[in-house]
Design a protein around this ligand. Structure first.
Ligand code: DX5
Ligand code: ZN
Length: 247
């Protein structure tokens, strides 16, 4: 593998080598939920130019969470315009049923919720079989211990720092402790999986997140809607995180 933490696997040899995306430890992932959907291609370009290494794609089914977003066809369309790592976050009741569709659409990584109805180990296996890296996530109210059976199998754990369903919510600082707990659990297992934080992430909490063991920072509102622009916002994130500051 060559990196200090796990690499992203790609499903198509035509895509750029994952290794070239992942040359350091910490990365920013931009949630397109905060973008202007009427000009999504331009928005993707704007945040990629500003330094986003991952594109975070929030899929909601109106059932697992009280909101609806988009499905594989939108991801498929965006794939033609970006070589970034596509980090798909499934907030849906039955992720197993849709893994292949989201992988075929161009996801590099797929994260699903431990609270969903699908069998977690079977879902992780399906994600790997489809050629993607697998992530598990949990609602703020779910204890870290719920992840124990699946932790050895995943390449990333996503810590929700807001209740899933909507962008633009306030960061829940009590989730920092959970991130640290998960980092300790991963270390005990000898796993170097990524930990991603998602929800209300900005320059004011990135340092605390990094100290808790987070190395992938999802940002939507704080980047897309920053009055001084996406480039400035990512600069603030990088300054706040000791890992991100080193490119
Ligand atoms: C919430 C989503 C998040 C959200 C992040 O359910 O999973 O990815 O879009 O957006 P901000 O950064 O606006 O909280
Ligand atoms: Zn998300």
């Amino acid at each position: 593998m060559g990196c200090s933490i796990v690499s992203w696997r790609l499903q198509s040899s035509q895509r750029r080598c994952a290794q070239s995306h992942w040359s350091g430890n910490s990365r920013t992932a931009f949630s397109i939920l905060a973008a202007d959907f009427a000009v999504l291609r331009d928005e993707l370009q704007r945040v990629s130019d500003a330094g986003a290494e991952l594109v975070h794609l929030d899929v909601m089914d109106g059932h697992f969470v009280p909101n609806l977003t988009f499905g594989p066809s939108l991801i498929h369309s965006l794939r033609r315009h970006s070589e970034r790592i596509f980090d798909t976050h499934l907030m849906i009741s039955d992720p197993l049923r849709y893994v292949k569709a989201f992988a075929d659409a161009g996801s590099d990584h797929i994260t699903f919720h431990i609270e969903s109805d699908s069998d977690p180990l079977e879902t992780i296996r399906a994600i790997h079989d489809a050629g993607c890296t697998a992530g598990i996530t949990l609602r703020p109210g779910t204890p870290a211990s719920a992840l124990l059976p699946v932790l050895p199998e995943v390449e990333m754990v996503l810590v929700m720092t807001v209740e899933p369903g909507f962008g633009g919510q306030s960061f829940r600082s009590e989730q920092l402790e959970k991130a640290a707990e998960i980092r300790a659990m991963l270390s005990d297992l000898g796993s170097k999986a990524h930990i991603e934080a998602d929800g209300g992430v900005d320059g004011s909490n990135a340092e605390a997140l990094a100290k808790a063991g987070v190395n992938v920072f999802v940002a939507g509102t704080s980047v897309f809607r920053h009055p001084q622009g996406a480039g400035y916002a990512i600069e603030q994130l990088r300054k706040a995180s000791p890992f991100l500051a080193v490119k």
